[in-house]
Design a protein around this ligand. Structure first.
Ligand SMILES: N[C@@H](CCC(=O)N[C@@H](CS)C(=O)NCC(=O)O)C(=O)O
Length: 327
């Protein structure tokens, strides 16, 4: 195993040395650290079709995490909505998701797979070596293989899956107006909402440490590596998040998060979901990207300070059990 100092300097040099590729230098900086940070967690956290309420505090805050989960579970039992599994013959035989556990784009795909009850295996990618995706020319996650076919880019993956497993039914039942609305809000998730998240989870030293504590508690690090990555990562991401704020014209990150949450509730316009009585792809996208931060300080603040909580709980109920199966 590499020594902690080597690991830290490798992580830092990768993180702080921008390279030019899609998304630009700053996004590379952001991603590299997020990989080692929120996105780098263990691969064996899922269980076969067991109800899974995502709660990053379950390991680090023990009783508090259990209480949050218990409250959510109680609400689930009162109001469990039917999922929408595809016809059996349309369910792919083998679906594998290459991911970082807390990556918002990966979580979008997982929300879709969970909601539609499509069993999938997860391969957790090492963010530094990326050896698990060496076989692919595409160097980001998520990558989804569906019966051997490689799909990349979260929104494109979801579109292709929808065509494969639901195709006509959904396309024919939706009006153009519904389609336009769904497309508009899916774009809003990719172009706006995801950019508000990093400045919030690394907003100050304590939140940056909270985020890295979650990562290092769940990631595959030795004791020394944990300490090094936790403190070096938190410090670096604190500064990177300031740059991200500038890049995306965010002056007050919490205000931007609350505004995004309120904007979303306004878009619902009194409906249970954007899709009406059932979630559509925009509901699943918003839910997916918020899921990794929901029980961090920023997510808790968001639910306390805005009207998004009721919709979020409805989504937890609707998405329900994870369809993930053990590799
Ligand atoms: N547009 C892509 C973005 C994917 C993306 O940026 N993934 C990040 C992790 S959240 C990544 O793999 N970054 C690796 C890198 O930039 O080297 C999608 O929606 O899937």
């Amino acid at each position: 195993m590499r020594r902690a100092s080597t690991l830290a300097s490798s992580v830092l040099s990768r993180t702080l040395t921008p390279t030019l590729h899609e998304g630009g230098a700053l996004s590379t900086i952001n991603h590299r650290f997020l990989l080692v940070a929120l996105y780098s967690t263990t691969s064996n956290t899922g269980s076969s079709h067991s109800r899974r309420i995502f709660n990053p505090f379950s390991s680090s805050l023990g009783v508090a995490g259990a209480l949050v989960s218990a409250a959510a579970a109680a609400s689930l039992s009162q109001d469990v909505l039917a999922k929408e599994p595809p016809r059996a013959e349309l369910v792919p035989k083998e679906v594998v998701l290459y991911q970082y556990e807390a990556c918002p784009f990966c979580n979008k795909v997982k929300a879709y797979l969970d909601y539609y009850d499509i069993p999938y295996k997860v391969v957790e990618v090492n963010p530094i070596s990326k050896k698990e995706i060496k076989w692919s020319d595409y160097k980001k996650v998520p990558i989804l293989t569906v019966d051997g076919e490689q799909l990349v880019d979260s929104s494109a993956i979801i579109d292709k899956l929808r065509n494969k497993i639901h195709g006509k039914e959904i396309v024919e039942s939706a009006s153009d107006k519904d389609d336009d609305e769904e497309i508009k809000w899916r774009r809003w998730v990719d172009n706006h909402l995801v950019h508000v998240l990093s400045p919030n989870i690394y907003r100050n030293t304590s939140e940056a440490l909270e985020s890295f504590d979650y990562i290092t508690s769940n990631g595959n690090f030795s004791f020394t590596e944990k300490i090094t990555v936790k403190y070096a990562g938190a410090a670096a991401m604190y500064f990177v998040s300031k740059k991200l704020k500038k890049k995306y014209n965010i002056t007050d990150e919490r205000a931007a998060l609350y505004e995004a949450a309120e904007t979303w509730v306004d878009a619902l316009n009194g409906r249970e979901f954007l899709g009406g009585s059932k979630p559509n792809l925009a509901d699943l996208a918003v839910f997916g990207v918020l899921r990794p931060i929901r029980y961090l300080r920023s997510g808790r603040d968001m639910v306390e300070q805005t009207r998004i909580g009721d919709w979020y709980t409805r989504m937890e109920n609707a998405v329900g059990e994870s369809a993930r199966i053990k590799a």
